[in-house]
Design a protein around this ligand. Structure first.
Ligand SMILES: Cc1cc2nc3c(=O)[nH]c(=O)nc-3n(C[C@H](O)[C@H](O)[C@H](O)COP(=O)(O)OP(=O)(O)OC[C@H]3O[C@@H](n4cnc5c(N)ncnc54)[C@H](O)[C@@H]3O)c2cc1C
Length: 334
């Protein structure tokens, strides 16, 4: 990828002050870790996002979209190339008729959207109030909590696809499964411009009460502060946090990174943690759980930027391990 002066000058001539060079990404991530992007382009509307993506694809310049930075781990060495920071934040409620909806640009924060809906007496997003990312990040990763997920409430998403152009996609067309979608499986090929979510009429008091109860539950079970959340997907029939806890790893630290003492599937930056330290904890958690329980945890978060290939493979591919030790059983009496 070329991120030389020539590319920077071309980008700046078209997108002006939206283009910056050598921008540290840590402040744009929930864990507050990660090195600089060679080039950061900040977009303030879905239209700008579409314009930037189309131009970069036509120049064959790879890029990735940064939403709330709450489901990624940016390498300490940063990102060679272009990052598009999504600050598109327009939204519009449609409260006419029996089926209210909200249309939101993909840079809208999902939690604040849920709280605004609640204040208007619109139900359906209470589960999402504590999710720190954007609507775009949620549509890509099928974010969910408390038994519900974005696929349940999404009416339509406006997608710009590299080869198929702009179009509206139904949840069925987005191939949703647990914490994934066709978009997540095909990184760099499409951007989410906006989404329309289904809501229901209710009273503000009732919706806000449910939302507050779920938030209380979250506060009691998840750590505050700078964290990467939902590190690993829950394996079928179990919970990643329970397995990491049962492996005895709660509270384990590497440098300033810690496996949360509150919830073992959250990793905390206690101050000056590096991405490498968080990676080391992920590796430790994954291999220890595999050795003890024979389960290879699959990361929910994505490693982005200048990670060595081997570092990515070590977290995303099953490795060779001896089978788990069989649990000794008492001898049956003859
Ligand atoms: C404290 C905490 C609690 C959390 N709780 C939950 C939870 O309850 N449930 C849950 O599901 N997750 C949870 N998460 C994880 C995270 O918040 C969600 O996955 C969220 O949906 C990610 O959105 P984001 O905008 O931060 O995405 P980012 O981390 O910015 O990006 C994630 C991926 O989506 C892509 N992407 C983002 N926006 C777009 C776009 N517009 N177009 C194309 N691609 C895009 C990025 O390129 C990247 O590949 C939690 C995280 C934290 C830190």
């Amino acid at each position: 990828m070329s991120t030389d002066t020539d590319l920077y000058a071309r980008l700046e001539s078209i997108f002006g002050a939206r283009v910056q060079r050598d921008v540290p990404l840590a402040p744009y991530t929930s864990a507050r870790v990660g090195g600089p992007a060679d080039v950061l382009i900040t977009v303030h509307s879905a239209r700008e996002l579409a314009m930037v993506a189309s131009r970069l694809w036509s120049w064959e310049v790879p890029f990735w979209v940064l939403g709330g930075g709450s489901n990624i781990l940016v390498a300490d060495e940063g990102v060679r190339g272009v990052v598009v920071l999504n600050r598109s934040r327009r939204l519009a409620f449609n409260t006419e008729g029996e089926q209210p909806t909200v249309w939101a640009e993909s840079g809208v924060n999902l939690g604040s959207l849920a709280r605004r809906a609640a204040a208007m007496g619109l139900a359906g997003l209470e589960w999402a109030a504590g999710i720190p990312g954007t609507v775009g990040g949620a549509v890509v990763g099928n974010a969910g909590a408390h038994g519900q997920e974005i696929a349940d409430v999404l009416q339509m998403a406006e997608i710009l696809h590299r080869t198929e152009g702009k179009g509206m996609r139904t949840p069925e067309a987005l191939g949703y499964a647990y914490r994934t979608s066709a978009l997540k499986e095909e990184p760099g090929q499409a951007v989410v411009l906006s989404a329309t979510l289904r809501l229901q009429h209710d009273t503000p008091e009732a919706v806000q009460e449910r939302l507050a109860a779920l938030n209380e539950q979250r506060k009691a079970t998840q750590p505050p502060g700078a964290t990467v959340g939902s590190m690993f997907k829950n394996p079928p029939g179990d919970y990643a946090g329970r397995l990491i806890d049962a492996a005895g790893l709660k509270g384990t630290t590497v440098g300033d990174a810690e496996i949360s003492t509150v919830h073992a599937n959250f990793f905390v930056n206690k101050g000056e943690a590096t991405a490498q330290e968080i990676w080391a904890l992920m590796y430790l958690a994954r291999t220890t759980v595999a050795q003890k329980f024979g389960v290879w945890l699959e990361p929910e978060i994505q490693l982005v930027g200048a990670w060595p290939e081997a570092a990515v493979a070590a977290l995303y591919e099953p490795q060779e391990l001896p089978p788990p030790m069989p649990v000794p059983r008492p001898k049956e009496e003859a």
